[in-house]
Design a protein around this ligand. Structure first.
Ligand SMILES: Nc1nc2c(ncn2[C@@H]2O[C@H](COP(=O)(O)OP(=O)(O)O)[C@@H](O)[C@H]2O)c(=O)[nH]1
Ligand SMILES: Nc1ncnc2c1ncn2[C@@H]1O[C@H](COP(=O)(O)OP(=O)(O)O)[C@@H](O)[C@H]1O
Length: 203
């Protein structure tokens, strides 16, 4: 029997670089995990693909999923629903595969309640000016949306105290190295490895 996979929750304000860091980590073969594609009601951005970046759904479809008990967590963020489909996460964890969620803070706190042995990592910007610059340069949001995301960013950074780890995304390779270090160390925590030693020490 394989041990259950580890749930890794990555949060941080919009534009801090969560997606960029996650994609850089997926390219690095030394750390293996699957990414849980979220469901959202926000509009698809140019270049995004349904089922790859998000499952893009209507409000009605999203609410139906909630009512059917299909979401591990969900939250409203800047006027839209975002949530994690439960089935995928459970299937992967049961198969012994680590799963990474890239979700905002309210959703992360719901996951903390349901899966307290998850690893909760908060990615922070070096400062708010560089955060705004990153969102602006990404070119996916108009000024009004950027303003809303900046207000939300300050609230999110306040919530950092509810996380296990804080990682500054100054340079992408630095952030990747730190997160990989956290994942490696978390795999060695005694409660995660104890089953392997039961033969020696008994139950
Ligand atoms: N609670 C929750 N938040 C999510 C989920 N998926 C994405 N988010 C968060 O929703 C926020 C907005 O996401 P998005 O519109 O893609 O903007 P971006 O993060 O700036 O690219 C970000 O903080 C995401 O991390 C989810 O499944 N659940
Ligand atoms: N360490 C970094 N330094 C400078 N720019 C970055 C860094 N990390 C990400 N970016 C850029 O910031 C923008 C937002 O990154 P993204 O991964 O979309 O953020 P998030 O997923 O957190 O919203 C992108 O244009 C990305 O290329």
């Amino acid at each position: 029997m394989s041990t259950r996979g580890m749930l890794i929750v990555l949060s941080g304000p919009s534009g801090v670089g969560k997606g960029t860091v996650r994609k850089a980590m997926l390219k690095n073969s030394s750390i293996k995990f699957d990414y849980s594609v979220s469901m959202t009601t926000r509009q698809m951005r140019p270049g995004e693909v349904d089922g790859v970046d998000y499952y893009f759904r209507t409000n009605e479809e999203f609410e139906e999923e909630i009512n059917n008990g299909g979401m591990l967590e969900y939250a409203k963020y800047v006027d839209h629903y975002y949530g994690t489909p439960l089935k995928y996460v459970n299937q992967k964890l049961d198969a012994g595969i680590d799963v990474l969620l890239e979700i905002e803070v309210n959703g992360a706190m719901q996951v903390r309640e349901k899966m307290p042995d998850g690893v909760f990592i908060f990615l922070t910007p070096p400062d708010l000016t560089s955060l705004r610059d990153r969102i602006t340069h990404r070119g996916t949001d108009d000024e009004k949306t950027i303003d809303k995301r900046m207000v939300q960013a300050k609230r999110e950074i306040e919530m950092m105290t509810s996380y296990d780890y804080a990682v500054v995304n100054d340079k992408i390779p630095n952030a990747v190295e730190k997160i990989e270090g956290i994942i490696r160390a978390e795999h060695l925590r005694v409660p995660r490895v104890i089953d392997k030693y039961k033969k020696i020490i008994g139950d």
